[in-house]
Design a protein around this ligand. Structure first.
Ligand code: NAD
Length: 288
């Protein structure tokens, strides 16, 4: 039923190119939002331990599985390891901590496996991400995460994983929107068979969606700016996970088939790039 295209990851698994993000959605609200999303046709949900809504998200998934809206095999569930705080993520104890965090996420989600497990943040100054990655390799080997990847990694951290591990992250989830198109990092990913997943794909819904150049493109196609931006992600080969708790917007953000951005549109969108992030720079920022 879905018209969402898929992207084949470097381990052979298929991920829907458009998913549903639930950052900043309270746990009880997440159930309604994810329910609406699945009913609307989303088949990929992006949560994280730090969002504190894995339980609410899992509740909506359980409902959808129980009432037959979707089968587990048709659903793509991502969660992320919050490898931060004061805990020591080095050595054997660090790896054990990852396994415990993963168990807790699975339990909250009410699932026996996830489709994708990500290291949420590289924390380069600590240098423990390569050790943490070994635990993710174990989780994948045990079949409890079909695929493993990273988030907010830069070329330096990715290179270290490529050098030290035989398991290449399937994707890197990074801040990416027309203001901050991340061309260099995307090229690095492409060179190494790593897919690019965009967080805050709508620029968190602020001024980006009122940009005159984007409004013009939207009017030309009889679409909303959000739809144009999501179409841009899809045509760029990027996986996007927009968030909304408003049912009409949840549906609107999925309705991005049936039109194509042409070279003129793409040039107009490229023209709004400022190179400025909304979020912190993962190369220097640490959540502690
Ligand atoms: P987003 O770019 O998806 O923007 C969401 C906001 O845009 C909504 O809160 C709403 O205000 C507005 N919006 C949504 N649809 C709209 C529409 N059709 N019309 C007008 N306004 C609309 O921002 P996000 O939530 O930051 O990012 C999406 C997802 O990415 C998150 O929910 C989360 O799953 C993930 N994420 C990951 C990280 C990370 O570090 N890995 C960081 C941030 C977000």
């Amino acid at each position: 039923m879905s018209t969402i295209p898929g992207i084949t990851l470097n381990d052979g698994a298929l991920i829907p190119q458009l998913g549903f993000g639930v950052w900043q959605v309270a746990d009880d609200e997440a159930t309604a939002a994810v329910r609406t999303a699945i009913e609307a046709g989303y088949r990929s949900i992006d949560t994280a331990a730090i969002y504190e809504n894995e339980t609410g998200t899992g509740r909506a998934i359980a409902e959808a599985l129980a009432n037959g809206t979707v089968s587990r095999g048709d659903l793509y569930v991502t969660t992320k390891l919050w490898n931060s705080g004061t805990r020591d993520w080095s050595g054997e104890q660090g790896r054990d901590a990852v396994l415990r965090e993963f168990d807790a996420s699975l339990e909250k989600l009410g699932l026996d496996h996830v489709d994708l497990y990500l290291i949420h943040w590289p924390r380069p100054a600590h240098g423990t991400f390569a050790n943490v990655w070994k635990a993710l390799e174990q989780i994948k080997a045990d079949g409890r995460a079909t695929s493993i990847g990273v988030s907010n990694f830069g070329p330096e951290q990715l290179t270290r994983l490529l050098d030290e591990s035989s398991v290449v992250p399937v994707l890197n989830q990074i801040e990416l929107h027309p203001y901050f198109p991340q061309e260099e990092l995307r090229a690095f990913h492409a060179e190494h068979g790593i897919a690019t997943e965009a967080w805050s794909p709508l620029g968190q819904g602020g001024e980006l969606l009122a940009e005159p150049a984007l409004v013009k493109v939207a009017e030309k196609h009889g679409r909303s700016v959000a739809q144009v931006v999501l179409r841009w992600h899809l045509q760029s080969g990027v996986i996007a996970i927009p968030k909304s708790v408003t049912p009409s917007r949840i549906r609107e953000n999925l309705d991005v088939a049936g039109f194509e951005l042409d070279a003129e549109d793409l040039a107009a969108i490229a023209g709004v790039a400022t190179g400025t992030r909304i979020g912190p720079d993962p190369q220097v920022f640490d959540w502690n």
